[in-house]
Design a protein around this ligand. Structure first.
Ligand SMILES: Cc1cc2nc3c(=O)[nH]c(=O)nc-3n(C[C@H](O)[C@H](O)[C@H](O)COP(=O)(O)OP(=O)(O)OC[C@H]3O[C@@H](n4cnc5c(N)ncnc54)[C@H](O)[C@@H]3O)c2cc1C
Ligand SMILES: C[S@@+](CC[C@H](N)C(=O)[O-])C[C@H]1O[C@@H](n2cnc3c(N)ncnc32)[C@H](O)[C@@H]1O
Length: 638
């Protein structure tokens, strides 16, 4: 059995080598008055500094499972140096086995925490910066892989209990900063509690300044003292706070592509019924209907809210595809992708991405031509940005899996007159809904409230080819401006064209030629291959003015023009997924679902702002050009 894990960076231990379980229970659970504190609360939020092995999380989740009744736990945890899932499994396995000397509740803890450990290891995200929401039934864990002092100001939550566990202040002085205590004051709900293993003066002073009443009590084991306390507030724990749990029952979704079906799938997990209205005769009848697509993030230079969105979304999409593929054939294959550096612009951009995005090299690295060739099993004449976790999937099958069991009304093209506001709710074709989600690509412009959105379509065509030569040796996706995704049974997918000026989805021979020319131009030996398309499909992507998706609430344009900046009640958007909808649609659906079910968002505030439709209005207002946006009052269907 391995000893208690130790951090080489901080020269400190993760938990007590004598009894980590008893320590965690004494310091953090009892220190915060759990389970009593969550009794009678519909939602309870814990925030932890330093996830480490996840022992505190497992024990809190286990206790919640044994004592909560129809409640929800939101557990937020920061971690700057994430361990691997394998290490977590290795370190915690012995602690979650029944042990005679673990005291009362030890065996029961072992049972609950052991099965939760297996789930955690399975769902653990890629070690890349960003917010990573993981669902375990009524328990949601949002892992925030970042420095707590950087990410805490980006958090939107109302915290009930703080687990302050980031190594001793003497070993890790940077973490116990003024920012930490200031942010604790901002994020604490009325009567919030804290507990920490340390009794250091810097911590005591910081917490006192943040408005906490502090008690110094006996520490665990050999430790002399620890601290616990509560926020000094006029309300006892939990009182005076809206629980933010709107009673939503039925949602209308417009569009049965990746964006809409992902929302329906997530809402269903929350017990919320949705009805999808889809203009075409099939689920995934629009851009999402391709048999094969590549999943990867959109690369932008530098670390920004946009890169953080694609990092979180990519990791989430991978977890989601893994889950879906357990019960559905969605063609999910984690082959890896090489993004070739075949222009000076890409060299600059990809180097900047590899350096600034902060992904662990297990998940992204810049490789030379030799390594790229070894990865691909064919000669690659370029350097490349390599993403080993990337791969291919069938977007059409993903939509079908998401929509399984959902009421989808096919062949129904909603017009502006078909949706109608009734107070805070909506009527769609005469039936009442608590909210509407517009997940209909550029079709959002057909509705008055969103007719002003700066979105447009970009036509694209992909082809499938059969080949018994070069491409059959290939074992990963290669992206070169176009892309090739090797098939399982000799059928390879090649993409794709980009035409902003065309709106037809008819197959164009010249597009086939263009796709093949780009492929043979990018890889030597590809020109030797007789590439003849056996199938082709064209679709219309939707893109926004700034090439970033749009998700969340819909700003009420009239109120913005009056300087009141309100949202249209209970109207939500998820659109403009461009060329990366496999990845971005599930993160957008998570944000929209969080809003609808009234829980704190699983994405950071800068990311939410970057996704918001109001960003266009804010930018226009700055330039004094808000009047440039107009609601279209003469839409068909009125
Ligand atoms: C050729 C091509 C290749 C691509 N390759 C990739 C790839 O490799 N990887 C990747 O991640 N992405 C890829 N994409 C992009 C990806 O397909 C899109 O980002 C994604 O499908 C967008 O999903 P969506 O649900 O927003 O849009 P859609 O799938 O277009 O769904 C919108 C739906 O709304 C319906 N609708 C519109 N208006 C109304 C209305 N008024 N009433 C009822 N229904 C309505 C439409 O019929 C449509 O079905 C590709 C796209 C194309 C075209
Ligand atoms: C004592 S360990 C946490 C033990 C953990 N709660 C467990 O159950 O295993 C402290 C953790 O805090 C992390 N950490 C240290 N400084 C940090 C910072 N500035 N931001 C985020 N995490 C930090 C460390 O990497 C380490 O994993």
């Amino acid at each position: 059995m391995p000893g208690a894990p130790r951090s080489e960076i901080f020269d400190d231990i993760y938990f007590s080598p004598e009894d980590g379980v008893a320590e965690s229970r004494y310091v953090f659970l009892e220190g915060n008055g759990l389970p009593g504190a969550w009794r009678g609360r519909a939602r309870f939020t814990i925030c932890e500094t330093g996830f480490g092995t996840g022992l505190n999380f497992l024990l809190a989740a286990d206790l919640f499972g044994r004592t909560a009744n129809g409640q929800r736990l939101d557990y937020r945890s920061f971690e700057k140096y994430p361990l691997t899932a394998d290490d977590i499994g290795l370190f915690l396995m012995p602690l979650t086995q029944p042990s005679p000397n673990r005291g009362e509740g030890g065996a029961r803890c072992a049972e609950g925490a052991g099965s939760m450990l297996a789930k955690l290891v399975k769902k653990y995200p890629l070690r890349i910066p960003g917010f990573h929401p993981l669902e375990f039934g009524p328990v949601r864990l949002v892992l925030m892989f970042d420095d707590v002092n950087k990410a805490l100001p980006e958090l939107d939550a109302s915290v009930d209990a703080w687990f302050l566990d980031g190594f001793a202040p003497s070993k890790n002085p940077d973490m116990w900063s003024e920012t930490l205590f200031k942010e604790m004051a901002r994020l604490s709900g009325p009567g919030a509690s804290f507990a920490t293993f340390t009794a250091a003066g810097v911590v005591k002073r910081g917490l006192a300044a943040a408005g906490f009443h502090i008690e110094r009590i006996k520490g665990f084991g050999q430790k002399k003292h620890m601290l616990k306390g509560t926020l000094i507030s006029p309300f006892p724990s939990g009182e005076g706070r809206g629980e933010g749990t709107p009673q939503v029952q039925k949602i209308a979704i417009v569009g049965a592509g990746l964006a809409g079906t992902a929302c329906a799938w997530l809402l269903r997990k929350h017990g919320v019924k949705s009805v999808i209205f889809e203009a075409s005769q099939d689920v995934a009848g629009g851009a999402s209907g391709n048999a094969t697509g590549i999943f990867n993030p959109r690369f932008s230079q530098g670390r920004t809210a946009e890169s953080e969105f694609y990092s979180s979304a990519y990791a989430l999409a991978i977890r989601t595809m893994q889950e879906l593929s357990e019960t559905n054939d969605i063609g999910y294959r984690r082959l890896g992708s090489l993004h070739l550096v075949n222009s000076p612009e890409k060299q600059k951009r990809f180097r900047s991405v590899a350096e600034s995005w902060g992904w662990h090299s297990d998940h992204m690295r810049y490789v030379d031509s030799d390594e790229a060739s070894r990865v691909a099993h064919v000669k690659v004449p370029h350097e490349a940005l390599y993403l080993p976790d990337s791969g291919s999937v069938s977007p059409a099958s993903m939509c079908a899996a998401y929509a399984d069991g959902i009421d989808v009304k096919l062949g129904v093209q909603l017009m502006v007159g078909d949706i109608e506001r009734v107070g805070e709710n909506w009527r769609v074709l005469g039936e009442e809904y608590d909210a509407i989600i517009l997940a209909c690509g550029e079709g959002a412009k057909w509705f008055r409230e969103t007719s002003w959105l700066p979105v447009h379509t970009v036509r694209g065509q992909i082809i499938q080819v059969e080949d018994s030569g070069f491409a059959d040796d290939l074992v990963c996706n290669i992206c070169y401006g176009g892309y090739i995704s090797p098939g399982e049974s000799g059928v390879h997918t090649l993409g794709s064209t980009f035409q902003k000026w065309l709106t037809t989805t008819d197959i164009r021979e010249e597009d086939n030629d263009e796709i093949i020319a780009r492929f043979t131009g990018a890889l030597p030996r590809a020109e030797d291959v007789n590439v003849t398309p056996t199938a082709a499909r064209a679709g219309l992507r939707t893109a926004s003015q700034d090439h970033f998706p749009i998700a969340g609430s819909v700003p009420d344009l009239t109120s913005w023009k009056l300087g009141q900046d309100k949202d249209v009640p209970n109207l939500y958007l998820t659109t403009a997924h461009g060329s990366h909808g496999i990845v971005s649609s599930i993160a957008a659906a998570t944000l929209v679902t969080d809003r609808i079910v009234g829980r704190a968002p699983g994405l950071s505030v800068p990311v939410i702002e970057a996704l918001s439709a109001s960003r266009f209005l804010k930018r226009a207002r700055k330039k004094g050009q808000l009047d440039r946006f107009q609601e279209n009052v003469s839409l068909p269907g009125v």
